[in-house]
Ligand binder design. Sequence first.
Ligand SMILES: [Ca+2]
Ligand SMILES: [Ca+2]
Length: 334
Amino acid sequence: MVAFLWAGTSLAQTVKTYPTHWFTGMKWNQVQLLLHAPNLGQGKPTASIGYPGVSLRRVQTTESPNYLLLDVAIAPTAKAGTINIRISRQGQPATNVPFELKPRRKGMGQLYANGVNSTDLVYLIMPDRFANGNPANDRIAGYRDTICDRSNPSAHHGGDLQGVQQKLPYLKDLGATAIWLCPIVENDMPWQQEAAGAISGYHGYWITNHYEIDKRYGSAADYKSLITAAHQHGMKIVQDAVYNHVGNEHFLFRDKPFAAMFNDWPSYTGSNHREEALLSGYAATADKKQMLEGWFVPHLPDVNLRHPVMANFLIQNAIWCTEEFGIDGWRVDT
Ligand SMILES: [Ca+2]
Ligand SMILES: [Ca+2]
């Protein structure tokens, strides 16, 4: 059966879907899937889904030839399983893209998604700089930056999720009830020149893929293991979200579905960092625009949150991470 499904569908293995999967019984049940593969949007593509409780509402191509956007409705009756998305294009064999619906995580507000309040003692950890629990992941072949050097304050130092997990008893002993981790998703960026000198992305704020854990910090399984262990210690995990920018090696910037997903300028324009322009009724429109849409630094493209495709991408990623990993809260950057 599997062999039959996959016959003649070599492209299927190369189609990436964002989100990578979804869940049954979610309040957010109108999901926008971004499919990415070379020329996937070429040849007047059509798509179909034959899965009880799941209907395809809209298929859109993008400015890039390499994407398809599918709006999918998932009824409360839909059961967990693997949806087959069938894509037909002129002059091409049909492509079958598997998309999994996982059962919903149990225990929202009790076992996870507990939130953080003023009774919490939140301990902030920059995972690269805290504890190296696994020296085998200090350098990842194929990443754009493979330097790990504790003698260099601008380099990665090798800390990881296993290291945080090993130190949970210590953190509990300190009185921490919640741990806020600097971003742990992929930052596959080379070193960059900033005002203070050349620097690596050891801090995690140069995201290149919202759906991958940075391999220097570990795997998705390592993150889940840490979260489970933290919960067993009675501690919460707060994930760090970056909504102002992405790293310029992010696939959404390297191959933009729509140019307007980013705030662009005729020539490079940095933010004026005039936060007061957002609050003052007397602020100049130009100051407000430069504050909101100017880039943080040249290697961090400014995200246009008004663009519905970008907004959907980021909102769905936040819901997905909460459900997939069982985190308790969010810290929102910049
Ligand atoms: Ca390590
Ligand atoms: Ca901005």
